[in-house]
Design a binder for this molecule. Structure first.
Ligand SMILES: *Cc1c(COP(=O)(O)O)cnc(C)c1O
Length: 386
């Protein structure tokens, strides 16, 4: 279902701009969300409770996530995954720079070092061929970020991880509902991390989920998302405090019921919203095929993207951005390769495909409030040249 409170069906005029500009992202809030959240506020049971459980059950039943633990952010999910994997000082995690800084900052937070491998220019995803020569005795995990929602080459990445005894952690912040060779993202690797931040597909305001395949590790995730206390098995004693013995470090990373209420409302019609996104992407693909100076990011038929972004490479990118902006259409690189940050050691010239990607990649609007008429308009603006 669409969010009718924002510009939704405006056919933008070809020549003069009277409609509001077409944004890169919007935040989807289901019309029933206010009522659901209001009910939680009235109940005064705000923190983690039965709605968090219900939200997790639906993530599992409807999106195929295994043991999803709802957390307060995607970054918390990434951090807790590293903690439960036992990654710490002196260890190394291999990942691609084409992501948001959250993917690598958590590696630094646990005292480990992010080691950047190159990407595939055609997708923005980690190139399996550039991983193995970076593995050392300190390497503990490979982190696979599904750029824009398009799944990485997981078979190849898993084969390398198996050969070297490494964990595979997926940063699936862009990829809820995506599939790889028919399997749901969230059911494939040791750990999969999702984000429910405001501009992601399925928002709880802020929030996330961590899926640990192994049941023992999943139990650890549920315990350590709340200080390390197993609430179900720590009854409150007669003198009024829970009985527990803390054995390892936990965090205050749980999701709250008022946020879960928003998440549950936004789960309604999720698959329909995904089909709309896929239809808009097909429209873009057909409309932009063969446009000179433009190459769409590659999609293979053995996996289905969650289509968080619609991306391409263009020649004369700044002119492209300016031409779209002049006609009321936003465009964005979303993120440049994050390795350039001082914290991560500075820009790596040897990551040749990442550097090429940084120069030519661009994304055009794709979100739940975008109409087919608007996509036609954007295609028309692009095909007129820049
Ligand atoms: C959004 C995002 C995150 C972080 O998620 P939060 O919920 O904002 O903490 C991590 N990785 C990527 C690739 C993201 O886009």
């Amino acid at each position: 279902m669409m969010n009718h409170t924002t510009h939704s069906s405006v056919a933008a005029p070809p020549d003069q701009l009277v409609a509001p500009p077409i944004a890169m992202f919007t935040t989807f809030v289901h019309p029933e969300a206010a009522q659901r959240v209001q009910a939680v506020l009235q109940s005064t049971f705000l923190s983690e409770g039965k709605l968090v459980k219900e939200f997790e059950a639906r993530l599992s039943a409807e999106l195929g996530m295994v043991h999803p633990a709802a957390l307060n952010s995607g970054t918390s999910a990434l951090h807790l995954a590293l903690e439960v994997a036992g990654i710490g000082p002196g260890d190394e995690v291999i990942l691609a720079p084409q992501t948001f800084i959250a993917s690598a900052i958590v590696v630094v937070q646990v005292g480990a070092t992010p080691v950047f491998a190159d990407i595939q220019y055609e997708t923005g995803n980690l190139d399996p061929a550039d991983i193995e020569h970076r593995i050392t005795a300190r390497t503990k995990a490979i982190m696979a970020v599904h750029w824009g929602g398009y799944p990485c080459d997981l078979d190849e990445i898993h084969a390398i991880a198996r050969r070297h005894g490494l964990f595979v952690i997926e940063d699936a912040a862009h990829a809820p509902g995506a599939t790889y060779k028919g399997r749901a993202i969230g059911s494939i690797s040791d750990f999969t991390c999702f984000s429910f931040q405001a501009i992601k597909h399925l928002t709880t305001g802020d929030g996330g989920a961590l899926c640990a395949l192994d049941p023992e590790r999943a139990r650890q995730v549920f315990r350590r998302r709340w200080f390390g206390i197993d609430r179900a098995n720590s009854p409150i004693s007669e003198i009024g405090e829970r009985e527990y013995d803390l054995t390892d470090v936990g965090y205050k990373y749980h999701l709250s019921d008022y946020a879960a209420a928003l998440g549950l409302a936004n789960m309604e019609g999720f698959q329909e919203r995904m089909s709309r996104r896929r239809a808009l992407v097909r429209q873009y693909q057909t409309g932009l095929a063969g446009v000179p100076g433009l190459q769409l990011l590659r999609h293979q038929p053995d996996r289905e993207s969650a289509h968080w972004l619609f991306g391409m490479h263009v020649e004369n990118r700044l002119d492209f951005i300016r031409a779209l902006k002049a006609r009321g259409v936003a465009a964005s690189v979303v993120h440049d390769g994050i390795d350039h940050n001082t914290l991560f050691g500075g820009k790596r010239p040897e990551l040749v495909q990442q550097r090429r990607f940084d120069e030519t990649q661009i994304h055009t609007p794709l979100h739940d409030d975008l109409s087919a008429e608007q996509v036609s308009y954007i295609i028309e603006v692009i095909t007129q040249g820049w």
